[in-house]
Design a protein around this ligand. Structure first.
Ligand SMILES: CC(C)(COP(=O)(O)OP(=O)(O)OC[C@H]1O[C@@H](n2cnc3c(N)ncnc32)[C@H](O)[C@@H]1OP(=O)(O)O)[C@@H](O)C(=O)NCCC(=O)NCCS
Length: 180
């Protein structure tokens, strides 16, 4: 982790984030979501969407951290206020991806720590994350102290997908602060 820099994402990071996101989708979701969706994923298209998001401070997905190694983005985490109206969990980790060759080195944990600090800076004290029930990486959230909350079905590209939520009622320990 010593040679990894974590910083706020800016306008120029759209391509790097899109690259990590598309690589993560292809590596993780094959067999879980439709091949027709995965086969037509384009980094350029995602980068265009990220350019919009990163340049618009009012976009709900505007906030992100990137992990940089040797000048390249190798991971990112996207977060903000929970916007479905959950009364107990007011922040949300929307997405987190680390390139496969950099996984297992503590980068994901450090990104989540920054996200918790970012939410605390907005006076948000709790957080949830949604993960596909079939995603083999879900234990990552358990390792970070996330508590299973509930499941839901979403329709994505015409298919029903099953998601589960993990939550943290108090994100101060995640952010490296002591409970008050
Ligand atoms: C999930 C992900 C972000 C974790 O990042 P990472 O840098 O590999 O995780 P870390 O090295 O910081 O690991 C933190 C802890 O989680 C645990 N962990 C990480 N991945 C795990 C897995 N697949 N199964 C079990 N535990 C896991 C680690 O053992 C570690 O626990 P410890 O500190 O108690 O030893 C990354 O592996 C990834 O991008 N996966 C593919 C995309 C994905 O599924 N993202 C989540 C979408 S909701």
């Amino acid at each position: 982790m010593n040679d990894i820099l974590i910083r706020d994402a800016g306008n120029d990071d759209a391509n790097g984030i899109a690259h990590v996101q598309v690589a993560g989708w292809l590596e993780t979701y094959r067999g879980m979501i439709s091949d027709s969706f995965l086969d037509k994923l384009l980094v350029e298209q995602r980068a265009g969407r990220w350019k919009q998001i990163l340049s618009d401070p009012n976009d709900v997905y505007h906030r992100a951290f990137v992990a940089i190694k040797d000048g390249q983005i190798v991971g990112f985490a996207n977060y903000g206020k929970e916007h479905s109206g959950d009364s107990d969990y007011l922040g949300e980790l929307f997405a987190i991806y680390v390139l496969k060759e950099f996984q297992g080195q503590g980068i994901g944990r450090e990104l989540v720590k920054h996200v918790a600090q970012g939410l605390l800076n907005q006076e948000v004290l709790s957080m949830l994350v949604w993960v596909l029930v079939a995603n083999p990486y879900q234990q990552f959230y358990e390792s970070l102290g996330g508590v299973y909350l509930r499941e839901q079905t979403i329709v994505f590209e015409g298919e029903s997908l099953y998601e589960k939520a993990y939550g943290w009622k108090d994100i101060r320990p995640l952010a490296g602060e002591m409970k008050g």
